[in-house]
Design a protein. Structure first.
Length: 143
């Protein structure tokens, strides 16, 4: 990577890291959405054409539509971040992918632990992490 366009602010850096840390969870949310959507649709009573619209207690069809809309909004938002992360990951070297996976996706090692696992110095770890976060920030359209 050549010269950075500009340095990320601490808040921007933390935001990018937050999206990376939450990637596995958000990916699972998106995958679960389709199952949840089907369950909501199957559990919603369907009105017969000849039945009046306001029979029964509450409005289960409208409630299901609102619930589906909320789920859909969450999925659309998270899908953007998931695709952006996967796009950058597809262009990384194996070493950089491993750093991202150990630091953010697995998230059980300290920074020093990730450096040891990768057989690099802590200074190299911090330099590579900064470069990688900057790449994700560019793809997220933060810079």
């Amino acid at each position: 990577m050549t010269q950075f366009d500009r340095k990320l602010t601490p808040a921007e850096f933390k935001f990018v890291e937050h999206k990376l840390y939450n990637y596995p969870t958000n990916k699972q949310i998106v995958e679960d959405y389709e199952r949840e959507r089907e369950n909501i649709i199957l559990a919603t009573p369907h009105r017969e054409k000849a039945m009046p619209a306001n029979l029964g207690v509450g409005k289960p069809i409208e409630t299901a539509i609102i619930l589906l809309d909320r789920l859909e909004q969450k999925v659309v938002t998270e899908t953007f971040w998931i695709r952006a992360i996967e796009d950058v990951m597809s262009r990384l070297s194996d070493e950089d992918k491993q750093l991202v996976e150990l630091k953010y996706f697995d998230a059980y090692l300290t920074n020093a632990g990730v450096a040891r696992k990768l057989h690099i110095s802590e200074r190299d770890f911090y330099n590579r992490r900064s470069k990688l976060v900057h790449m994700f920030a560019k793809r997220f359209a933060i810079i």
